[in-house]
Ligand binder design. Structure first.
Ligand SMILES: [Zn+2]
Length: 280
């Protein structure tokens, strides 16, 4: 599933095609949404925002198209008159005189009034979005220490969208390796310095992935790996995620993979030693 940075990049693409232009046609594949087509046609798109893994296409009359891509949804943008070359099922299309945006395969689409957003079942459960709300490290530290979160293992906590919105599996793996914290640790097991460092890394790593389109390793390490001949993107973008059995770029230990809640969790046993009470 795409994570916060990938959703934000998709939103940037849709924004570039739609923001500021008068909409000439909107169409939905779902009968329940057809009544909104005439309400949105003739209006302007003023913003395309993200909240966690949801995208909000905002119109100048306070109506908003909510879409959540889940595993399969995908936005395409084209010049007006061009149809994307795909066999996917078209779910929504938005046109202006210059460009078109097409949403394929997603089923979680709705049209909401701006005032309804806070009551939406998915949106209302989200914690601060790292890329949109830009929480600072102090706020993230406060949340880690809050009673509802401080006893949770970091492996589960970082994926919990009610804690922070926008993190997924690859960001979790890379952030915890950089923080040198084993995934089974809980905020209550960590020192204040460790949690402050973790909070800063959550912000920095997510923004870096957005800025570099998914190159999550720090720039110094990327330069070093490329100078060693690792020129394919897949060879230098991650340290831990998807690299089970490969040597850690920092310490040389083999990356391990454990199953946590049905999802693969990658970590380095050298950089992230297990606490003594836990066996993984
Ligand atoms: Zn390591």
């Amino acid at each position: 599933m795409p994570e916060g940075p990938e959703i934000r990049l998709a939103a940037d693409k849709v924004a570039a095609a739609l923001v500021g232009h008068e909409i000439t046609r909107v169409a939905f594949a779902f009968d329940r949404l057809r009544k909104f087509e005439s309400r949105l046609c003739g209006r302007r798109v003023i913003d395309v925002r993200t909240r966690g893994k949801a995208m909000l296409t905002c119109f100048d009359n306070d109506w908003v198209i909510y879409s959540h891509n889940q595993l399969y949804g995908r936005w395409f943008t084209c010049r007006q008159g061009v149809i994307p070359d795909t066999r996917r099922q078209l779910r929504a299309e938005i046109h202006n005189r210059k460009n078109s945006a097409f949403l394929y395969s997603a089923s979680d689409i709705d049209v909401l009034h701006h005032d309804e957003l806070d009551q939406h079942p998915f949106l209302s459960r989200l914690g601060p979005d790292i890329l949109s709300d830009k929480p600072d490290a102090r706020l993230i530290l406060e949340r880690m220490l809050a009673p509802q979160f401080h006893n949770r293992q970091l492996a589960g906590l970082l994926l919990d969208q009610s804690f922070l919105a926008g993190l997924g599996n690859y960001l979790r793996a890379e952030i915890l390796t950089l923080a040198r914290l084993h995934p089974s640790r809980r905020p209550v097991d960590c020192s204040r310095e460790q949690l402050q460092k973790l909070a800063r890394l959550i912000i920095r790593t997510t923004h870096r992935s957005y800025r570099t389109r998914g190159i999550v390793n720090p720039p110094g390490l990327v330069r070093q790996l490329r100078s060693q001949g690792k020129s394919a993107r897949a060879e230098y973008r991650f340290n831990s995620y998807g690299r089970e059995g490969e040597p850690c770029h920092y310490c040389g230990e083999r990356i391990r993979c454990a199953n946590a809640g049905g999802r693969k969790m990658y970590f380095c046993p050298g950089c992230q030693p297990a606490p003594e009470r836990v066996e993984v």
